[in-house]
Design a protein around this ligand. Structure first.
Ligand SMILES: Cc1cc2nc3c(=O)[nH]c(=O)nc-3n(C[C@H](O)[C@H](O)[C@H](O)COP(=O)(O)O)c2cc1C
Length: 147
């Protein structure tokens, strides 16, 4: 099964997650999510979208990407919302956005990593950051698309 992974990242956390998935998945490609203003046609069997949560929701880049994506019928979608502990209803927002475009989000996962949002206190002590990365690594390994 051909999987295309698309990542949007501010400071690398989502890229770190996407890279691990790309290494583990067979026949996967990993690309940065383009800033789209025209339709983008894709032939993948499976599309994975990995992005950070921004203010309890989707970054505008992700909204734009989904709104311009054109795939073949039956394409399987999964998403990973990388966040600092407050994913809120971001994955539901994505599911709704996709459903408005007759796309179906089959799996949505939240992965908690250190915060890069300085107004909310930033990433915290190094020990906490290391623990979050360890936990995230374990969670990524258990993701159902890897079994
Ligand atoms: C502008 C901004 C808003 C954010 N809002 C949230 C939020 O609502 N909930 C949350 O859990 N984390 C929030 N974060 C933290 C990021 O989602 C988190 O640190 C993530 O790991 C960053 O991933 P990245 O390095 O791929 O950008 C925010 C970060 C930024 C920069």
């Amino acid at each position: 099964m051909k999987t295309e992974l698309y990542v949007y990242t501010g400071t690398g956390n989502s890229l770190w997650v996407a890279h691990q998935l790309a290494v583990e998945l067979k026949e996967a490609t990993l690309d940065f999510m383009p800033l789209l203003s025209n339709g983008l046609e894709k032939e993948a069997d499976r599309v994975g979208i990995i992005f950070p949560v921004h203010i309890w929701g989707l970054p505008s880049r992700v909204i734009r990407f989904v709104n311009h994506l054109k795939v073949k019928p039956g394409t399987y979608f999964f998403a990973i919302a990388v966040n600092a502990g407050q994913p809120a209803a971001t994955l539901l927002q994505l599911q709704k956005l996709m459903s408005n475009r007759k796309l179906s989000l089959s799996l949505g996962y939240s992965i908690v990593l250190p915060s890069n949002y300085i107004p909310w206190g930033g990433p915290g002590p190094v020990e906490t950051q290391q623990r979050l990365f360890r936990n995230a690594q374990e969670k990524v390994k258990r993701l159902p698309m890897l079994s």
